[in-house]
Write a protein that binds this ligand. Structure first.
Ligand SMILES: [Fe+2]
Length: 257
């Protein structure tokens, strides 16, 4: 059974719609989301509607955590976005039953910090800390960090799928990183690796100098990285009209950074 894995949608409905179309075109029905459904983007309610109706598994991201609990590691600009998102979900113009559905959903998410299915582990950050720990390509030089991350592959886990850094790629236990652009056909044969950390990239705010939405399809023993074009100008224009949000949130979509 194949599964589409998506993450870091960040309230970007244009990117999510385009990604859902691509998933459908690939004939994939099942969708797992690895967190950060909301925040940064202009359409939190619309993206939450889809997450509630359509995704089979949802994992807690640090932005949902920040919205519901404390945002200790968020700077002032990031807090402005969290506050705007909270106010938008709570807006009295949003029907009452919808507002309840959003908070019920978010409340349920708080308990879903990771999910394990056979050899696969799904989470937002890393096995060291499931919601907030970042893994970046430069970390392969940090042997201690990488060892700690792979030490978290417990109970028969061989493949850990994550998001959070918004930079797709694979990390081996031997301390190597490869961007999907450097992997032939963007396709990884999992059986060739004893253990692997797979970052699936971001749908709604890619940061690897590529503006296209990033996601992966997991087949039994194979992972395929995919990129999807979407109208990022439309999203950026909406963001520019929201004066409470910092303008760099619009500008970064135009460069994928
Ligand atoms: Fe994120």
């Amino acid at each position: 059974m194949e599964i589409a894995l998506i993450s870091d949608l960040h309230a970007n409905i244009e990117a999510l719609d385009a990604t859902l179309k691509d998933i459908e075109a690939q004939g994939v029905k099942k969708i797992f989301c690895l967190g950060d459904i909301i925040d940064y983007g202009p359409n939190p309610c619309e993206v939450l509607d889809i997450a509630i109706a359509r995704f089979e598994l949802n994992i807690l991201g640090n932005h949902e955590e920040a919205l519901m609990m404390v945002a200790e590691d968020f700077n002032e600009r990031a807090m402005r976005s969290v506050d705007w998102t909270r106010d938008t979900i709570n807006d009295p113009d949003v029907p009452r039953d919808k507002r309840h559905a959003y908070w019920n959903f978010l409340d349920g998410l708080a308990k879903s910090r990771y999910a394990k299915q056979g050899e696969n582990l799904f989470l937002h950050g890393s096995p060291r800390q499931p919601t907030r720990d970042y893994v970046f390509p430069k970390d392969v030089k940090n042997t201690e960090k990488m060892q700690q991350i792979f030490a978290g592959f417990k109970g028969g886990v061989r493949y850990c799928f994550c998001g959070h850094s918004h930079i797709p790629g694979i990390y081996t236990a031997k301390g190597q990183y490869a961007h999907p652009g450097k992997i032939k056909g963007g396709e990884v044969d999992l059986s060739k690796f004893d253990k692997l950390l797979i970052n699936i990239g971001s749908v709604g705010q890619p940061r690897d100098n590529d503006t296209r939405a990033s996601y992966v399809i997991l087949y039994d023993q194979r992972v395929v990285f995919r990129r999807v074009e979407y109208d990022f100008h439309a999203t950026a224009n909406k963001l520019r009209d929201i004066k409470r949000l910092p303008s760099f949130l619009a500008e970064r979509l135009l460069v994928g950074k």
